[in-house]
Ligand binder design. Structure first.
Ligand code: HEM
Length: 424
């Protein structure tokens, strides 16, 4: 298969002018005034969570109405497993008057959640995902071929590599073209980086996505294909057809959940190897065996150490978390990445151990909403790391440029400037 003609640009472009968006005061007190959109969050989130944990298990802010940020495994697990007091109707801490639309199963609570999840689950089974391996590997190799063809000693491993692989994977599954990838990236940027502070942007992005998917549903109703869009078009739960609003929600969720979550994990792993030559050398020594355990333990440690996804919940019953009273109507983060750095849960959490033996990380969440796409994410990570290290076994970070990290709900490197030294 040839991929050359539909390569999206991944240029980080966005239709939003930063000057038009809502600005906020910089954070000086992370315990009493946290803000996940603060300029210093992306690069320093791990230090921020660790600093808060030294003082208390739960931080708070008034910036999004009253909202709490737990930083221990115990507090995060308690919230994720408690669907009586914490609702998933709001899964992103945002302005209190934000209009939320359903995107099941992630935004549904029991008892509805089960039916939505059961509908989508078979498409993400280990067997179905494994069938994608050779095509995904071929696509990934085509990205490497493009980088080599550019004939440069440097590259951006995010814009030219990690940001393409998950777009391709989920686009294939849903049944949308790779050539729309710039559009998807723009939606993701505005939805996660700008919308939490700005309801107008949230409305705009949602309207654009809904129009795109409404048209896709109409096309699949007229002409079915073998893809997720067709499965959603014909969706029934317990013999009853699913409402069109919910069908749009499924597709919005699959696209949003399937892309920058995984590119952030791949990007964090590539950034780690570029800045830790000892770990890179250990992987380079096993490139001939893609099934060597080190690839697996490396991916899992990337997921633990650099876990990209933090969710939100709406409080629906007065309760308490780690002794901190939380009232109905307030919001909480489910800070899975912070829990992954809790010394009460992990031996030496601040050490990245490429061969960590015990690694019960919660990067994919906990409880009924645990990630539906984890098999796909793990496959994409495995292929991405193996193909990259096979091609560039001695690459390193380009000290002449700086890496910036995304803020908010999904955290990862926006750009990874590298020098492609070695055998290339
Ligand atoms: C490294 C990559 C990924 C990470 C770290 C990640 C993380 C998560 C987390 C933490 C949750 C729990 C949400 C909650 O508790 O509210 C979740 C749920 C979900 N994820 Fe992922 N995810 C990743 C990749 C993917 C991919 C590739 C897909 C494919 C579409 C996907 C689809 C979903 C869906 C549909 C849910 C909702 C499940 C439910 O509510 O029952 N994710 N993910």
């Amino acid at each position: 298969m040839a991929y050359e003609n539909n390569r999206p640009s991944a240029d980080q472009g966005s239709s939003v002018n930063a000057a038009d968006t809502v600005q906020a005061e910089p954070v000086t007190d992370w315990v009493n005034d946290w803000d996940w959109l603060d300029d210093s969050w992306g690069a320093n989130a791990i230090d921020i969570w660790n600093g808060v944990r030294e003082q208390c298990p739960v931080a708070m802010t008034e910036r999004y109405g009253r909202a709490f940020m737990p930083v221990t495994m115990e507090a995060v697990s308690a919230i994720a497993n408690d669907t009586v007091n914490f609702s998933s109707e709001f899964v992103s801490v945002a302005q209190p008057d934000a209009i939320r639309r359903p995107a099941p199963p992630i935004t549904s609570d029991p008892p509805d959640h089960h039916g939505h999840r059961r509908l989508l689950l078979p498409s993400f089974s280990p067997k179905r995902i494994q069938e994608m391996e050779s095509e995904l590997r071929e696509y990934t190799r085509s990205l490497i071929a493009d980088i080599r063809a550019a004939d440069s000693s440097t590259a951006d491993a995010a814009a030219q590599y990690s940001q393409h692989i998950p777009v391709h994977g989920i686009a294939q599954m849903i049944g949308v073209p790779d050539s729309d990838a710039d559009l998807f990236r723009d939606w993701i940027y505005r939805n996660f980086q700008i919308a939490p502070r700005d309801n107008r942007v949230r409305e705009q992005v949602t309207a654009e996505m809904r129009a795109y998917f409404a048209e896709l549903l109409e096309r699949r109703a007229a002409q079915p294909e073998d893809d997720l869009a067709t499965l959603v078009t014909n969706a029934e739960i317990d013999g009853e057809p699913v409402d069109n609003e919910l069908k749009l929600g499924y597709l919005l969720l699959l696209l949003l959940a399937g892309i920058d979550t995984t590119w952030s994990a791949i990007g964090s792993g590539l950034w780690h190897l570029a800045t830790n030559p000892h770990d890179l050398a250990r992987l380079a020594a096993v490139v001939d065996d893609p099934d060597d355990m080190l690839w697996l333990t490396f991916s899992e440690e990337v997921l633990r150490y650099y876990a990209p996804v933090t969710m939100g919940r709406k409080v629906i019953g007065d309760t308490e978390v780690a002794g901190c009273p939380i009232r109905k109507g307030e919001q909480v983060l489910v800070t899975f990445p912070a829990a992954n750095h809790d010394p009460a849960a992990f031996d030496q959490p601040e050490e990245f151990q490429i061969d960590r033996a015990q690694n019960r990380h919660v990067a994919f969440g906990l409880g009924i909403h645990r990630c539906l796409g984890s098999n796909l994410a793990r496959l994409e990570m495995k292929i991405a790391f193996h193909e990259w290290v096979s091609a560039f076994p001695t690459y390193s970070i380009d000290e002449a440029s700086e890496t910036t990290w995304t803020n908010g709900q999904i955290r990862g490197p926006r750009n990874i400037p590298v020098v492609l030294a070695g055998d290339n």
